[in-house]
Ligand binder design. Structure first.
Ligand SMILES: Cc1ncc(COP(=O)(O)O)c(C=O)c1O
Length: 369
């Protein structure tokens, strides 16, 4: 039994691609808890208050059945206002939200043009979608436009859906959203923007990088800078209504915990009320850029700084050597990144101080020598 699976794992091991689960250990250069909100006392207090008020741990069912709780609805109303959208919808994870968006909104006869580097969850949705899909070269608006023109020239008549991330999770660069929006306007297309890593980090209130509008749908994961769990889709009211009626990942799934919804509500308040966290994060990013770029880390003014070492084995050995020195730094290998592009993903958060960044600079001198 399970011979295929044993052999498959052996093949992964032979290519230095076998994974295992490792505990958190050492200084945090690995998480997406960019603002350190996961352990913020205000979040813990908000959830403790909700427990004391008798808000249940579990939702008890799908939102369409008995699982709909006033906490979900309150969160969605506040999130719509926060992100400047007409409406929003809370999902239990960003993965489910992305997969549901891409599987549900584009219809048969439509075209999805996606950036070559979008997250696996968008690919999942595209596999389920009845629309055709095509990749465009990373962050190249002209490539998006060419793909749309080629499809129209071949008789494509439906709606075009452009799907991108605003801040790329493994490369740390940001999308040319204004140019992509101009492409969307020229071709009467919709723009789906995964703001997973930009939410909380960019924007006046931490709302992300996209500009809301009638042709824009954004996805804000709550497990990264918001320090919680789940994801909010924000956009036109019709998108929310459609997902509630047709989004299988929303309909056929137990609603997230109402306690977590309360936590996300508090996280949005913290973003608005404590802008100094964002300022501190950007100061730390500036220091990290100055100290880590000379080692080859790519610095784009964002908290994600990949240090590409190419070879899987070398990457994992470097990660282990840094872990042994007390840094929680993880190697990222294919298929998460393209073959030959294995990397250390250095993530800058408020969970580390300036001294930790200086210590990492020193450790990289030793490990990469
Ligand atoms: C760009 C991007 N989108 C979506 C997700 C999925 O979000 P979640 O972790 O909430 O499932 C992730 C990472 O986890 C991500 O990096």
């Amino acid at each position: 039994m399970l011979d295929f699976h044993r052999a498959d794992l052996a093949r992964l091991a032979a290519r230095d691609r076998l994974r295992g689960l490792a505990p958190q250990r050492g200084r945090d250069f690995a998480s997406n808890d960019y603002l350190g909100l996961a352990s913020h006392p205000r979040l813990a207090a908000a959830i403790a208050d909700a427990v004391a008020e008798g808000i249940p741990v579990g939702s008890g069912g799908s939102r369409l059945l008995r699982g709909n709780h006033p906490e979900h609805e309150a969160l969605e109303a506040e999130a719509a206002a926060f992100f400047g959208a007409e409406a929003s919808l809370y999902f239990s994870s960003g993965y489910t939200a992305n997969a549901t968006l891409l599987a549900t909104l584009p219809q048969r006869g439509d075209l999805i043009v996606h950036d070559a580097l979008v997250h696996a969850s968008m690919h999942e949705g595209m596999k389920l979608s009845r629309a055709a899909s095509v990749a465009a070269a990373h962050n190249d608006p002209a490539a998006f436009e060419d793909a749309i023109r080629a499809w129209r020239a071949q008789g494509g008549k439906g709606t075009v859906w452009i799907a991108v991330e605003s801040l790329y999770s493994m490369d740390g660069d940001t999308a040319p959203l204004a140019e992509l929006m101009a492409v969307a306007e020229r071709h009467d297309a919709m723009l789906i923007v995964d703001e997973a890593h930009a939410t909380g980090v960019f924007g006046e209130r931490g709302q992300g990088l996209a500009t809301p509008g009638e042709r824009v749908v954004t996805l804000h994961t709550c497990g990264k800078a918001l320090g919680c769990e789940g994801a909010l889709v924000a956009g036109p009211a019709i998108v929310r209504d459609y997902l509630v009626n047709r989004g299988r990942g929303f309909i056929f799934s137990t609603a997230p915990s109402p306690l977590m919804a309360r936590g996300v509500r508090e996280a949005l308040r913290i973003l608005a009320e404590e802008p100094e966290r964002r300022t501190a994060l950007h100061r730390r990013i500036a220091l990290a850029s100055e100290r880590l770029a000379p080692h080859g880390a790519l610095a784009n003014g964002t908290p994600i700084m990949p240090l590409i070492l190419h070879d899987n084995g070398r990457t994992m050995r470097a990660a282990e050597a840094l872990q042994a020195r007390g840094f929680d730094i993880r190697g990222i290998r294919p298929p998460t990144v393209p073959v030959g592009a294995a990397r250390l993903r250095l993530s800058i958060t408020l969970n580390v101080g300036e001294a930790d960044i200086l210590a990492l600079d020193q450790a990289l001198h030793e490990v990469l020598a």
